[in-house]
Design a protein around this ligand. Structure first.
Ligand SMILES: N[C@@H](CCC(=O)N[C@@H](CS)C(=O)NCC(=O)O)C(=O)O
Length: 217
């Protein structure tokens, strides 16, 4: 079987690519990374062939192409059931899917006001009320999950939910978001997850910069 290919864009800015890539690492999938620059028109034309939505990440594995992060997680969980992308307990599995769905379809204010930028650090960043409401909901989810599981990850061991919330941890670090002890410890565990540390190091070495996301706050 040919090696899997994950099409991604910037490691510094693309939070969905980070999620998809972490899910592949969790599944133990050996893959080649195909990096496309979304600013480049010829790369966009090529991407259209790989990802009908124009969006990345897009995974090609065993003749199957999947161009949505949540679908990538579900595909990997189904294809590699022993990898633990979903909890084994039925109720925990349902909660895991629910919080992955919440991340996938919500938190618009948080995502737009605090864009992922692994190279940046904005101490004293002023969070506006709309984004704060999203932060409060995220930290409520984390506290509830960590209380039930005992940590260190949302469902004890790593699952696809941790991949979904990993870019939020990096945003909290970038924008100096104040957290309680439990959420801080969770953020630290995610940032120290070796796959996350590897992605972060790659992102910091990346040359491409998007001016609109590198404004001074
Ligand atoms: N719902 C999609 C969202 C993917 C997405 O928005 N990807 C961004 C990069 S983080 C993208 O490809 N944007 C296209 C562009 O910038 O032209 C998923 O779950 O994969």
């Amino acid at each position: 079987m040919p090696k899997a290919v994950l099409t991604i864009s910037s490691k510094n800015y693309s939070s969905w690519c980070l999620r998809g890539w972490l899910m592949c690492k969790l599944a133990g999938l050996e893959l080649d990374e195909e990096v496309v620059s979304l600013a480049d028109p010829s790369a966009r034309a090529e991407l259209l062939l790989l990802s009908p939505s124009f969006l990345v990440p897009s995974l090609t594995h065993d003749g199957v192409r999947i161009w949505d992060t949540l679908a990538i997680g579900e595909y990997l969980a189904e294809t590699f059931p022993k990898a633990g992308l979903l909890p084994t307990d039925r109720a925990a599995r349902a909660r895991c899917r629910a919080i992955c769905g919440e991340m996938h379809s919500g938190f618009y204010n948080l995502r737009s006001a605090l864009p992922m930028n692994l190279k940046a650090h904005h101490p004293g960043f002023k969070v506006w009320t709309g984004a704060q409401a999203d932060i409060d909901r995220v930290t409520t989810i984390w506290r509830e999950c960590l209380n039930v599981s005992g940590g260190p990850f949302l469902f004890g061991g790593l699952t696809m939910a941790d991949a979904m919330y990993a870019p939020v941890c990096s945003r909290f670090a970038t924008y100096d978001v104040m957290l309680d002890a439990a959420c801080s410890a969770y953020k630290r565990s995610i940032m120290e997850w070796p796959a996350m540390a590897q992605w972060t190091a790659d992102a910091r070495a990346e040359v491409e910069e998007l001016e609109e996301l590198d404004v001074e706050f």
